[in-house]
Each structure stands twice: as C-alpha cells, then as structure tokens.
Design a protein around this ligand. Structure first.
Ligand code: GLN
Length: 274
C-alpha cells in the first residue's frame, strides 16, 4: 500500500514535472517567437526604409498630373514621388485605382504616398497628413459654347457631371445642395456632356483643359474654387513627410517642377489630339 502510494506519488511528481517542463518550454518558445518577431520586425522596418519600394498610389486619368503612356503611368505627380524615392534611396512603384480609393489605400498602409492632384481639404486632413502644396489651382466649368456657365450658381438645378470622390463632387453636393452625375474620370464626364447626357461638367482646370483640346464646341469658365494640391500620407510619419516637403521645395527652387508641368502638359495634349 505504502509502496503503491509512493509509486503513485512518484509518477504524479513525474507527470507534474513533465507538464511543468512542457509549459515552461511552451512559454520559452513563445518568448523566443516574440523576440524573433521583434528582431525580425525591426529588421523589416530597417529594410523597408532602404531596400523596399516606395509605393505611390494614384488615379491615372488626370492629365497632366498622371496619365497613361501606353501601359506606363507618367506625369507631374509621378515625377514628384519618384524624386522622393530617389532622396530616400528606395526603388519606386506606382499603381492606379479609382479616385475614391486613393486616400483609403494610403491610410491602410498598402501604399506610402498618395498623389493624384489631391486637393488639401479640412475633411481629408482628419485622415491623412499633407505635404506642403505644389500647385495652386481650382475647378472650372466645362460647357458647350452655346450654353456658357460662369459662376457656381449658374449650375443650380442643372445636370452636373463630376468625377466621383472629388472636390468637384463636393462643390455640387455642399454648395449647390444637389446631386451630381458621377463618373470615373473627368474625360468620361466630358464625353457625357458631348453626348448631351449632362448639361455641364465641373473638373480641375488642368485635366479640363486637356479634355477640351481639339473640341471646337466646348469651352471652359474661370475658376469657381481656389484649391491646392499636395501629397498625402498615413498620419504620424514625420520622417517621410520631411523627405516629401524637401523634395517639393527643391523641385520648385531648381525649376524641375516647372519643367515637369511643361513637359507633361505638352505630352498629354498631344495624346489627346491623336
Ligand atoms: N483635385 C480634386 C480632388 O482632390 C480632383 C482630383 C482627381 O480627380 N484626381 O478632389
């Protein structure tokens, strides 16, 4: 009996020791895994600063800021972001999505920089950090010459075409207090104007100018808003913001920005005229 108890106690002790060892081992493994993740994680961050591509997200139907040259996305915004990548010594990548998805993509971390002729607005500032501005601009009416539009209120009660998610859309909903007809690009909105499906289009001046190139029946109004474009990034990245701001300031000062504007405006106009 005694022996049996002893034996049982012994086996119990053994089992306890075994499970304790197991638990310890498990904890140790866990600790090691966490440590590895931390080390790996910080190494990964280090890598992403050097070896990993700097990813730009844009919407490539916005000439001359971004447009397609065959399959390649080119334009003023692309040059700015490429110059940021060069400053950081990182390879560069660019991808295009619908304009409504540009800012969400950068917030989710799937891209590092959002540049798509993005106007700085108080609303957007709640969700992203903006660089210093690189263009002063605004939206205009695109209309058929027979039916001119000059000031915002001229569009009251009219069928107004806009690109989804833009400040042009906000102008119609917030200022005119009506619903616009929404399109994926300024060019699609202008095509609807030509076809008589909308009365007028509101779009940023530079893509609007591109849309009316070679279109004898169409004309543009003066500015109906005053806006500025900047690069948007996920909040809380002071180093990246500094690199972008320095890049923009340098490109303004040394004439590169003006050159990109001239070169890409000419190329986009030529593509439109084809
Ligand atoms: N500047 C406008 C905006 O930020 C339009 C930009 C665009 O369509 N790419 O809303």
């Amino acid at each position: 009996m005694k022996n049996l108890t002893k034996a049982r106690a012994k086996s119990l002790t053994k089992a306890l020791a075994k499970s304790l060892t197991k638990a310890l081992a498990k904890n140790l493994m866990m600790a090691l895994a966490v440590a590895a993740m931390l080390v790996g994680g910080s190494m990964f961050v280090g890598c992403s600063e050097k070896g990993e591509s700097l990813k730009m997200i844009t919407e490539a139907t916005f000439p001359p800021y971004e447009f397609l040259r065959g399959q390649e996305i080119v334009g003023i915004d692309v040059e700015i972001c490429k110059a940021v990548a060069a400053k950081l010594g990182r390879p560069f990548e660019v991808e295009s999505v619908n304009f409504d998805s540009v800012i969400p993509t950068v917030i989710s971390g799937k891209a590092d920089l959002a540049a798509a002729g993005i106007t700085v607005t108080e609303d957007r500032k709640k969700n992203v950090d903006f660089s210093i501005p690189y263009v002063k601009t605004g939206v205009v009416f695109v209309y058929k010459k027979g039916t001119p539009y000059a000031k915002g209120s001229d569009a009251k009660g009219r069928k107004v075409g806009v690109q989804s998610g833009t400040t042009s859309e906000a102008f119609v909903t917030d200022e005119l207090k009506q619903q616009p007809e929404r399109f994926d690009s300024p060019a699609a909105a202008v095509a609807a104007l030509k076809a008589g499906r909308v009365d007028v289009v509101i779009a940023d001046i530079d893509p609007a100018k591109n849309c009316v190139k070679g279109e004898a029946e169409l004309a543009l109004s003066g500015f109906i808003t005053s806006e500025e474009y900047a690069v948007a990034i996920r909040k809380g990245q002071p180093e990246l913001l500094k690199a972008i701001n320095e890049t923009i300031a340098e490109a303004k000062a040394d004439g590169r920005l003006a050159k990109w504007v001239a070169v890409y405006t000419a190329e986009a106009d030529k593509l439109k005229e084809k």
